[in-house]
Design a protein around this ligand. Structure first.
Ligand SMILES: *[C@@H]1O[C@H](CO)[C@@H](O)[C@H](O)[C@H]1NC(C)=O
Ligand SMILES: *[C@@H]1O[C@H](CO)[C@@H](O)[C@H](O)[C@H]1NC(C)=O
Ligand SMILES: *[C@@H]1O[C@H](CO)[C@@H](O)[C@H](O)[C@H]1NC(C)=O
Ligand SMILES: *[C@@H]1O[C@H](CO)[C@@H](O)[C@H](O)[C@H]1NC(C)=O
Length: 306
């Protein structure tokens, strides 16, 4: 009988560890909408970046990458939802420029991919899907998040700038696997310090889907060959992207003049960054699932039963 209680308690804990509250399968994006309040918001990411919503904003200066060319050591690991890369040596990588009134420090970068090379990206450009997307997540001292989104496109030739990274990706195929790799961020990114980008206000693309994130999706893509893309094929996750969300009354701004769009935005529009709200809004259901209460109920129930 005590054994039974013990095993059932183990079962309860096993069913509700952090990493299993959501996924891309039975607890996928439609489940998130019901279980995490933010995921139903009107400023969600990703989106389909379509021409009709574009507006040139001359305040969007080039983004400056600080220290991105430094060769450093990176921990490429799997967190159960994606392959995530963080710096081992506590080196600081910052961005400024654009219309930012503060500096942002890189926290980590991670990837979204699909079953095959015809999908996998989270953002779409005019309905077009890409095989892979990389998100470099930055945060300011004030707690504002800004993400740099890079889309990948299939090239015939291998992109040697990705080699070290992809070796690590092949190893980090499941939770608990990681590898220490040495490379510079600049080696992965397109060559140019004046990259054009799309800007809009959105959210984290995974639960808790917190809004107030300043998105910068670059219009220059990164080459990756089909063969290189297979580094993601052996991953325990076969797919990990969220579909585009409704745009509602948002606008997408561009750092470059757009053909067919004669709109030019004036300062003080809806493009002001929001400060990240603290704390994730989990639904009652999730809190209960994690709390001690259900376990007490279980024990109570079992003792009464036997
Ligand atoms: C790399 O990340 C994994 C997962 O978080 C962690 O277990 C491991 O200790 C890290 N390794 C280093 C060298 O930081
Ligand atoms: C940080 O936030 C405070 C309070 O919201 C604001 O007054 C200040 O201007 C912000 N700092 C920067 C650099 O944006
Ligand atoms: C990307 O690949 C295309 C062909 O697939 C090639 O023309 C182009 O030069 C490559 N770009 C870079 C930056 O290597
Ligand atoms: C990571 O790899 C580099 C280069 O091989 C090595 O110098 C460094 O000590 C390693 N760091 C850790 C934490 O394993």
């Amino acid at each position: 009988m005590r054994f039974l209680v013990f095993f059932i308690l183990i079962g309860v804990y096993k069913c509700a560890p952090e990493g299993h509250l959501w996924n891309y399968e039975s607890e996928g994006p439609d489940f998130w909408k019901e279980e995490f309040l933010n995921c139903k918001g009107q400023k969600q990411s990703p989106i389909d970046i379509t021409k009709e919503y574009l507006e040139y904003d001359s305040n969007l200066k080039p983004i400056n990458f600080g220290n991105y060319d430094k060769v450093s050591n990176w921990n490429i690991s799997h967190n159960g939802h994606t392959v995530v890369v963080s710096n081992i040596k506590n080196d600081q990588f910052t961005i400024d420029g654009s219309d930012f009134d503060e500096n942002f420090n890189l926290l980590q970068f991670h990837f979204h991919w699909g079953y095959n090379k015809y999908h996998g990206s989270e953002h779409l450009i005019d309905g077009e899907k890409f095989p892979l997307e990389m998100h470099l997540v930055h945060k300011s001292k004030n707690g504002t998040f800004t993400v740099l989104g890079f889309l990948f496109t299939i090239s015939e030739e291998n992109n040697p700038g990705l080699d070290s990274l992809l070796e690590g990706v092949s190893v980090a195929r499941d939770k608990g696997h990681w590898q220490n790799k040495t490379f510079s961020l600049a080696a992965m990114l397109p060559e140019s310090n004046t990259l054009n980008y799309y800007r809009y206000l959105g959210s984290l693309t995974t639960p808790p889907c917190t809004e107030g994130v300043i998105w910068n999706v670059f219009s220059t893509y990164i080459n990756i060959s089909s063969e290189q893309l297979t580094s993601f094929r052996h991953n325990v996750l076969r797919l990990n992207f969220r579909d585009p969300q409704k745009i509602y009354n948002r606008q997408i701004f561009t750092s470059f003049p757009v053909e067919g769009s004669d709109k030019l935005r004036s300062r003080g529009g809806p493009n002001q960054p929001c400060v990240m709200q603290n704390g994730s809004q989990k639904s009652k259901h999730i809190i209960l699932q994690n709390g001690i209460l259900p376990i007490l109920f279980y024990i109570f129930y079992l003792f009464k039963l036997f």
